[in-house]
Write a new protein. Sequence first.
Length: 238
Amino acid sequence: MVDLHRLKENWEIIAVVLVSFVILFNTLQILSVSAALGDRTFTGLSIGGKSSKGTEFKVKSGGDVVQNVIEAVIPKGTPAYGEELGVSFDDPVASLNVLAKLDRQIPTAQLTEDEKARFINVTSRISCEFCCSAPAVTDQNGRDLCGCAHAQSFRGLSKYLVKNQPGQWTDEEILAELTKWKALYYPKNMVEKGVAAVENGLALTPAVLNDPNLLKKIKAGDSGSAGLNDLPSMVGGC
């Protein structure tokens, strides 16, 4: 006869081990970024450029293209809404959890018609392409297409900004802001796309960086630029 109490205890132990593994994995991912970039770390020192509103990621010319793209797409410091929400680009894992909770705290059904239209316009143009297969985090009706934490954070921040700071952000600026977080969540993949775009004369706009077929279109998916392989593929659990 199956001992249900013992079986439950075994599953609880397995769950604790799995959670511990995820936490350890996230920690190692952050440390690997630090090691790859020397003093340019995710732990409060310098990585990328300080965040400011805008709809294009400016890449300086000359020098190491990988480093130039890193400086352009991976932000540092505290965003404009950072103090209100308790998030920072320098701590992407903890910030991911905060932003993901906003998706649940601000139900899509509670958005006004105008807020929902803006929300859909933004979130239907960004996806978690590197860990999930959904074409976007919402469809054209505002329904969730992906349930991972990264997708939740994109939706959560979008809802927060259109609802609480509607006159301070355009839709394009919100999409650019989500793209910054996406670069922190998937540093290797986003820098790879950025390098491929720059090497092919494309401006680093949110539309370019969020194009899931970019590398196929410009046939640069096998870019061997030095430094790319040292970046982690993903930060934060999917």
